[in-house]
Structures are given as C-alpha cells and as structure tokens.
Design a protein around this ligand. Structure first.
Ligand SMILES: Nc1ncnc2c1ncn2[C@@H]1O[C@H](COP(=O)(O)OP(=O)(O)O)[C@@H](O)[C@H]1O
Ligand SMILES: N[C@@H](CCC(=O)OP(=O)(O)O)C(=O)O
Length: 374
C-alpha cells in the first residue's frame, strides 16, 4: 500500500489515532480561532469507528491578544498568562465541535514531570485509557501555565508522540503548515524536495530539519517533529506529517494528498523501554569509549570501565544521556550519583567497592535501564 493509501485507511479505520494540531493551523492571521476549520476536522474524525485523541497547540497564540502582545511572549510569566487565557477558549471550542457530533471531549493538561516519573506516567495513562474506553475524546495540551522553562516539553510534537506511545496508538498524524519533510526548509530553499517516506531517522535526515515556520506561532520546527517521529515509530506507531492548511485537510488526505510517512518499527521496544526512550530531561551526560558503545549495541549493560567522563549533577536513578565518540547513542537511568560515577569512571568492576569504600551496585547503567537511539 502507498503511504497516502495507508494513511487514508488509518483515517477511517478502527485503530487509535492521535492527531496533533499546530498553532499555525488553529489561529488565523488576526489571532482568532478557525472554528469552521476545527468543526470540519472533527466532523471527519467523529465518523471513524476507532478512537481519537487530539493534541492541540494554540493556547499561547490565542491568548496573547488579550495581553496586548502581537508577537510570541518573551517572558515566561507573559507566556503563562497568555496560555491561561487561550486554553479556556481552546477547550471550549473543541468541546463545542465534539458536542455538535454528539460526543464528549475532555481537557488533559500535562507537565513534563507527569510523563517523566514512572508512577505519574502510569497514572496519566490510566486516566487517558478510561476516557478512550468510554469514547470520550481527550484534548491534550502542555500545562503551560505552570510549566517552567527548565521543565517543559516545549513543543507539542513530542508530547503527542508520547501520548501515542503511552496509549499504544496505531497512528499519529502531525498536522502542520507544511505537507511533509523536505530536504531543507521549503520556506527558505526553493529547490527543497519533498520526501514521501522515511524508513530511518538518520543523522542525514536530522540535518534537513530547520526552524519553525514564518508566522512566528510555531515552536518546535522540523527538529521536534523528527524527534516525535523517532519516539512514536520506535514504539510501533505509524507517523504521518501532513499539511492542515487547506479548508478540509482530512478530506484531502483521504483523497490522497501528499504527506511524509515514518513507518512503525518492525520490532517496537517493550513498554518500559518506550517510556525510557521518551524521557526528555537528562540531568547529566556520560561520555563512553568506542568499546562501551559496541557493548551497548550488542545488548550489554554499561560498565564503569567504558565511561571516560561524567558531566552534570545527578542522583542515583536519574536520567543521563549516553554519548559515544561520534555523538549521542541513547539514554538511561544511572545506578550511581554523579559524584560516585566520577569516582568510578574508567574502573574495572572488581575495583568499584574499594574505590567507593562500600559495596557497588554493579553496572553504571543496567541494560534494562538503557534506551539506545539507533
Ligand atoms: N526540512 C524541512 N521540511 C519541511 N519543513 C521544514 C523543514 N525545516 C524547517 N521547516 C519548517 O517547519 C515548519 C513547521 O514547524 P512549526 O512552525 O513548528 O509548525 P507547527 O506549528 O505545526 O508545530 C514549516 O513551516 C517549515 O517552514
Ligand atoms: N502548548 C503551546 C504550544 C506549543 C507548541 O508545540 O506549539 P506548535 O509548534 O504550534 O505545535 C500552546 O498551546 O500554545
């Protein structure tokens, strides 16, 4: 099946579909919500037999007018105040669109911590599953009003990918103001070519990603969409990036409008590894030698002997990024604090107890606690 035909069948199918809608689509040039557009989108989605989850951006762009700001707020407090004003309108508008189709919707506002901590993650999953089972449509956004600069998703692309992963969705549709991935930002490169299918997100693919679009309402640009595609496809979710600019994007996609497809991994990670791979806020970095990278790729744990340097401050159990000589290789939960990790970095396993002055806890990062990126 071609990418377009495959997407068309998912749009009308009975699997769980997550649709992420960027700010640029929801808010018109004068800062108002495109309610007729939202209504048409919901009309299509309400017809499909399978459940739908929406991840809707737009709170800040919608609320900023009330604060008298014409551009994206620079101060965090202003962005948070704008989000507080915009979110209530956004939720009301989605609710009325779904009501018009005889369906209930529910507002879910998440902070990064809700998905980074395993217990809170399982709790969020239970809430979302309960809604989905009852055919109530969750409308998800980041809880911008309380999220601070250091602890936020920052873009809804990754939030959408993590919601899709958490629910074991069949497909994730990222609707944006561009009809897919191009070899370079089409906004500034007239010769950029459209890519219909990306089997693997390699460093060459990542190098194609540029900044957000021209209107100054989007946040993540193409880089965050690729990060989202990596998280979701690694979890067995098929991802499409498509344009929502026309008056009836879902109708056009059903009729074969072009998009970029990121097929689901043939060997999706186990649930806990999916959660690990989606974590976004490492507290430190471990620099590994070539031998350690090869061992990890062979499925082994990370031993202290393969760690050349330790950056950052973290406690045992915290998330750390793993870097090989040629760049990032993955992330994992470190069994040691930063201070302990610095002391044992480069040590053979049988010397760890002696160096620490107490019994060690085995590998620096156990293989069950590692999610590799390639
Ligand atoms: N390689 C690329 N292919 C396609 N679009 C790109 C690329 N690099 C950068 N972009 C830009 O990314 C923008 C979409 O990201 P963004 O503005 O964050 O949208 P959204 O609000 O939908 O999240 C496009 O308008 C486009 O200008
Ligand atoms: N949570 C923010 C949106 C963040 C975001 O990712 O925006 P976008 O790039 O337009 O999808 C808001 O509601 O304004």
């Amino acid at each position: 099946m071609t990418g377009a035909a495959d997407l068309a069948s998912r749009l009308t199918g009975d699997g769980l579909l997550v649709v992420k809608i960027g700010s640029s689509l929801l808010i018109d040039e004068s800062g108002r919500l495109r309610e007729a557009w939202m209504g048409r989108l919901v009309e299509h989605l309400a017809r499909r037999p399978g459940p739908v989850v929406l991840v809707s951006s737009g709170a800040i762009a919608l609320g900023r007018g009330a604060l008298g700001l014409d551009a994206r707020p620079r101060l965090l407090a202003q962005a948070q105040a704008a989000a507080a004003v915009g979110q209530i309108h956004l939720a009301a508008a989605w609710s009325s669109c779904w009501r018009a189709q005889g369906r209930d919707s529910a507002q879910i506002l998440l902070t990064l911590g809700d998905l980074e901590q395993r217990r809170r993650y399982l709790n969020a999953r239970a809430t979302l599953e309960t809604l989905v089972e009852r055919r109530i449509v969750p409308v998800v956004n980041e809880n911008d009003t309380v999220a601070t600069e250091e602890i936020r998703f920052g873009d809804n692309d990754r939030l959408a990918a993590r919601v899709a992963q958490l629910l074991g969705a069949e497909a994730l549709l990222l609707l944006s103001d561009v009809d897919g991935l191009y070899t370079a930002d089409p906004g500034s490169h007239a010769n950029a070519r459209h890519i219909e299918r990306v089997e693997q997100i390699t460093p060459e693919i990542e190098a194609m990603a540029g900044q957000p679009g021209r209107r100054g309402v989007g946040t993540g640009g193409m880089a965050s969409k690729l990060a989202a595609a990596r998280i979701a496809s690694g979890a067995g979710v098929a991802v499409w990036l498509a344009s929502g600019l026309s008056e009836d994007p879902i109708g056009e996609l059903q009729n074969g409008a072009r998009s970029t497809c990121f097929p689901p991994s043939a060997r999706p990670r186990a649930q806990r590894k999916q959660w690990l791979a989606g974590l976004q806020a490492p507290a430190g970095r471990l620099h590994l030698d070539e031998g350690a990278v090869a061992a990890l790729q062979g499925g082994a744990s990370l031993l202290a002997v393969g760690v050349r340097a330790v950056e950052g401050e973290f406690d045992r159990g915290d998330l750390v990024q793993l870097l090989g000589p040629r760049g990032p290789v993955g992330q994992g939960l470190c069994a040691y604090s930063a201070d302990e990790a610095r002391r044992i970095a480069g040590c053979q396993s049988d010397r760890i107890d002696e160096v620490l002055g107490e019994a060690g806890r085995g590998a620096m990062v156990h293989r069950d606690d590692i999610a590799l990126s390639f």
